[in-house]
Design a protein around this ligand. Sequence first.
Ligand SMILES: [Zn+2]
Length: 567
Amino acid sequence: MSRLGGRSPAAPGPAQGVARSVAPGARRWLPLGVALAVACGPEGGTHDLAVVDGLVIDPESGLFDRRNVGIRDGTIVTISAEPLEAERVIDATGLVVSPGFVDLHEHGQDEAAYRLMVRDGVTTAFELEVGTGDVAAWYAEREGGQLVNHGVSVGHVKARMEVLDDPGRGLVPAGIGGSGSATEAQIAEMEAIIRRGLDEGAVAVGFGSAYTPGADMAEIERMFAVAAEYDAPVHIHIRGGLAGLDSTVAAARAVGAPLHIVHANSSAGAQIEPFLERIQAARDAVQDVTTETYPYGAGMTEIQSALFDDWESWPDERFAEHQLVSSGERLTRRTFGEARERGGTVIIHGRTEEMTRAAVAHPLTMIASDGFLEGGRGHPRTSGSYSRVLGRYVRDERVLELGDAIAKMTLMPARRLEARTPEMARKGRIQVGADADITIFDPLDVIDRSTYTDATHPGRRNPVRDRGWPARRRWWRADRRASGTSGEGAAALTDGAARGVHGWGRQRRPRARAAALDPPSEGLRGGLGLPPRVVAAALGGRRRSVAGRRRSRRGPGPGHAGRARAR
Ligand SMILES: [Zn+2]
């Protein structure tokens, strides 16, 4: 047992960087800090682990200051400016200590993908768009502990593939499950599959109406109604741009289903501004609608999907926007046709940087990766989405404040799921009583490094391993298992025993409750869930903290020259 860490923020000491440069701003919010410290006892008791001296950010309470975080039995039990006693200590001086990132849209749900996610700061990853047709089996396959917490929706796409006997064996239909229309009996069968999945604890109901053009809006609304009975959000990849958004919003409103539009960036394309305005208008009319984005200009999907059913009518130049994942080659009419015959995945280029930036910067969008790989290859969003937002859009381009970016990665996705999945109220926060899902990163160095032909690079540097902590430390099991790679952008703490996250399961909620839509919480209506007073105080402090440290680190003074590097 040792008594370590936790210099008082005011005390002189060797700490450099964020912690020190935050201090002047911190004084302005001292009353808030004191209130949290008092509320956050018990100080002085022993902890399994302490993360000390980091810039601790909690988007819900507005905490944005240097603190020590004490953890016992996987729960945060102390947040304090005072020193803590702990069995193990992680020195986070100069690093950001954030709630672990919550990814609502991650198709890769296996060890290889989880390993990449941990190195991008993700502690909880959900597959909610496509989902599964067999929820109980999905969770059972992951019993025994994983690197990240995980959960799944029951999927209309999967139910349709099963009921219509689609030939596809990948994520989405490759034939009649997408393009065929369903009989009344088949629709009833799909409803039964979705009910069973919800009874087995599905977190949401997933939809890909773009992949199922044979399903008319009446069929989709029938499935929305089942979701509404269970208070389950519907996570949908819409079809048809703005008009498709309107009809989806109307269908969800008609039956009272909470609605989440996946990847607004790729569904809206050049119309991202009006797309998000319409979602805001629905929220202003007190409809529960949310959305997400990933921070890249290209998409990725299966080449046999219904998205490409009209490929033979394309002009020649359009094929070159498509890049085959297995080989990295850009396609032509001939090679596209051959690849569609064979199957596999394809990356679709074409959105501009302005579109991506608009989607990332908008207050409504959560960050979600939409990640998956095919044979170890794929889209860089799988391993770099969160590091890219923090490095490119927060630090380098400054289109987003650090605290707002953290809210998009943590609190907002956690709140999206809370109504049906109450345990999400303990995630996405650094608060006493919250699950110890924690991510640590260096705000001056974090960046994604994966590319469209090499999608599994971790982000730059592992801020924790660079400090020489032993790799065999239990909390760094993910790190050890990932040996052979060169570092991480944002490292998530994991003990390798992360659990499945379930919806209400058999505790079906009364329909009347679902039909009476709650207005969005006061906080979320503004987009970020921070009380105005805290936002006003923290915005000044945020600018000072990151910018101030950046200047001092990059300056020509002795000992600093080596820190400056091209980004
Ligand atoms: Zn997806």
